[in-house]
Design a binder for this molecule. Sequence first.
Ligand code: AMP
Length: 128
Amino acid sequence: MPYAYDTQNVFARILRGEIPCDKVLETEHSLAFRDIAPQAPHHVLVIPKGAYVNYDHFALEATDAEIADYTRAIGRVCEMLDIRPGADGDGYRLISNAGEVAVQEVPHLHIHILGGRPLGRMLQKAAG
Ligand code: AMP
């Protein structure tokens, strides 16, 4: 186990029902809810129910069932939000921050789904 999982992180507390969330979708292995500080008209976080710190932890150690469920959950949220480009919307961006350089604030894997406005380029150039 390469990562120590902090069982007191805010998403672990949401999963235990200790604090509320604005739920969008719940499946056997995944939960999707609206970000508390949305950065776009659509800003949903999708998390696995298992204790995974970030994406590589999940991708390397989760079961096939967890990975399939999580991937489908992300697709279903895009469908529910009507943001699929060419299908029913204008597109979206998926972001998953991991570790210090990406400024990951919550140490439980989450994928941000952002949409509903032009999102600009993927990264800004570093200053200097
Ligand atoms: P990151 O920097 O990728 O770790 O992003 C963490 C995200 O979690 C931020 O966008 C926060 O606004 C969001 N967040 C923190 N606490 C909550 C909460 N209780 N409910 C929903 N979103 C939250």
